[in-house]
Design a protein around this ligand. Structure first.
Ligand SMILES: Cc1cc2nc3c(=O)[nH]c(=O)nc-3n(C[C@H](O)[C@H](O)[C@H](O)COP(=O)(O)OP(=O)(O)OC[C@H]3O[C@@H](n4cnc5c(N)ncnc54)[C@H](O)[C@@H]3O)c2cc1C
Length: 331
């Protein structure tokens, strides 16, 4: 593509507001656009984008493409790809950022394919190489054991960025920006998939992704019962949700929504307490952003102790009740 310029974010609207991941992408994108000395744009898609363009400008965008079409009401991925592709053809960007969520993971590679370029999945960080204005992305490989630094030889460069890898910029309603209305003009016959039903997962309390404290259990607990009893008691005392390793989910002790790791959720709590988790690299890939890890494991050689700030070597049956009692005593 000729005359590529600036950074484009494929934004997302949730309940009439910019999604948290879009606000975070705007912070990443602002850094890239400033390093390039170019503009930061965001494409917001829907049947009606409401006040979100103003919000996007307040969170760092220079320009908003308000892309509307009745078909975009139900988030059909085919339509998203077509609509963002149209924006890219009309206003060719140098860099495209998407969030690593349901939309970004699905749309990013398909968009890259249509643009005849490559997509870097699951990026933890993105920056610009000042020598040639190329995007450099860091992403975990080998189950999170190593971090690869990748770049893209084609343009535009597409990166799908993991959530919670930066904080949104402070909202500044005095920021000025341009809003460009684009009628997507989608042809319904090109939309091959449609949403037939949306089922909200039943959950109570804080989401794992938003929690500041998490208590996570592994196969070392020996069965599902301790999740509902001893582990839940500690979690309740701390006001924390429960998480789990994949071994536990595969065994059917807790639902998949508890799973943390490479093929589960990515969490970034201030305090992550693990009980009977070995600390396999695939598990650590989902919790390595925790500020403090406290591990309880009876095996002093367990991998988890390499990452834990505080480790307790012992049988959880003895350690956990004592810890819960102390937490309760501290209020
Ligand atoms: C492609 C791929 C993706 C994967 N994705 C994920 C993922 O997203 N998340 C994930 O968690 N895993 C994932 N895994 C699986 C991962 O490799 C491990 O198998 C899994 O994390 C192990 O779970 P665990 O630590 O609970 O069990 P184990 O490895 O069996 O460890 C149990 C631990 O409990 C300790 N223990 C036993 N009894 C006690 C006791 N009484 N008191 C205290 N400690 C005790 C043991 O010493 C041991 O360290 C993935 C694997 C692959 C190949």
């Amino acid at each position: 593509m000729a005359d590529e310029h600036g950074v484009l974010i494929a934004g997302e609207i949730q309940e009439g507001r910019l999604s948290q991941s879009t606000r975070e992408l705007l912070a990443h994108g602002r850094g890239l656009a400033d390093a390039l000395g170019e503009e930061l744009a965001v494409a917001l898609l829907g049947d009606d984008v409401g006040d979100t363009p103003k919000e996007a400008i307040a969170f760092g965008a220079d320009r908003v493409y308000a892309v509307t079409d009745p078909i975009l009401q139900d988030t059909p991925f085919d339509a998203y790809v077509t609509a963002i592709h149209k924006v890219c053809l009309e206003h060719p960007p140098r860099v495209i950022l998407l969030a690593k969520d349901d939309i970004g993971t699905e749309v990013g590679p398909r968009l890259a394919c249509r643009l005849d370029t490559a997509a870097a999945q699951d990026c933890l960080d993105v920056r610009i190489d000042p020598a040639d204005k190329r995007l450099i992305a860091e992403r975990p490989v080998y189950g999170g054991s190593c971090i690869a630094t990748v770049t893209c030889s084609q343009t535009p460069m597409v990166a799908i960025v993991r959530g919670k890898t930066t904080e949104p910029l402070e909202r500044d309603d005095s920021r000025q920006g341009e809003v460009v209305a684009i009628a997507a003009g989608l042809d319904p016959s090109t939309v091959k998939t449609r949403m037939t039903e949306e089922v909200a997962e039943a959950s109570e309390g804080v989401r794992l992704e938003d929690a500041s404290i998490i208590v996570a259990g592994g196969r070392g607990l020996g069965g599902p019962e301790p999740f509902q009893a001893e582990l839940q008691e500690l979690a309740d005392a701390l006001g924390a949700p429960l998480g789990a390793s994949r071994a536990v989910v595969d065994a059917g002790w807790v639902p998949y929504s508890y799973q943390i790791g490479l093929t589960g959720k990515t969490v970034t709590p201030n305090l992550y307490i693990t009980v009977g988790i070995s600390g396999a690299s695939q598990h650590m890939a989902g919790c390595s952003g925790a500020k403090v890890i406290v591990a309880i494991n009876k095996d002093a050689e367990a991998n988890i102790f390499k990452d834990a700030r505080y480790g307790i070597v012992g049988d959880w049956k003895k350690v956990l009740p004592a810890l819960t009692e102390q937490v309760k005593a501290l209020g």
